[in-house]
Design a protein around this ligand. Sequence first.
Ligand SMILES: *[C@@H]1O[C@H](CO)[C@@H](O)[C@H](O)[C@H]1NC(C)=O
Ligand SMILES: *[C@@H]1O[C@H](CO)[C@@H](O)[C@H](O)[C@H]1NC(C)=O
Length: 224
Amino acid sequence: MAMFARPLLAALLLPAFLLSAASAADSKNNPADQLVTLINSNRTASKASTVSDNQGLGCIALQYIKAYEGQCDQVDDKKPMESSFTDTFAPTCGVQATTLSKITGRLVGCQSKYVSPAEAFDILVNDAKGLQILHSKNHTEVGAAVSGTDGGGPYFWCVLFSDGKPTTSFKVDGEVPKTAIHPGCFSGNNDDCMGPTNGAISINAGASWLVAALLFAVACAFAL
Ligand SMILES: *[C@@H]1O[C@H](CO)[C@@H](O)[C@H](O)[C@H]1NC(C)=O
Ligand SMILES: *[C@@H]1O[C@H](CO)[C@@H](O)[C@H](O)[C@H]1NC(C)=O
């Protein structure tokens, strides 16, 4: 029995090791960053330049979502007042008011369920107008955000583009205040923000189940 158990154990543990190594390497556990990656690869495929990910603009995209107060049906025809950028979004994010730059495009979507960044991309860019916004040569930088509402749906996605200079626009004083972050995720700040409390569901949930299943299998192997 012992002779069989060891290779069996190794065979069962190896995938578990590989899985945990893979998730450790994936430090950007952030659906907003993943959406920016999709935006840039789609832009470059259409010969548009990449846009740089600006955390100040990303944080503002998150406050932009919060302005809807969970009202999904308003995303298509209403948008927050322009004055909100200077009055609330920038101060909440610690963005210096003098560094606010022009918004050259916006994509906003809302879904009752949490979807993957790839699905969100398809929802945000679902017609010719969306594609024109996505590919516009006017943009130099981007900020993206996703957030649920009160720990569940609906889930909002927002992408803001600007023509500001990435190094000098939407500049954050020190760090983005914690109160500006949760719940929700925004791009450009390396925030590891997966998890139900942040309004985004962990993509690792599947992997955790697999590890749990493997450990269960290991336990069974010992029990034999
Ligand atoms: C870019 O996105 C549009 C809209 O979703 C899609 O139709 C197109 O195939 C994408 N291009 C590439 C190269 O993925
Ligand atoms: C780019 O900016 C110019 C000037 O503001 C504007 O007229 C044009 O419509 C913009 N292009 C796109 C694709 O948004």
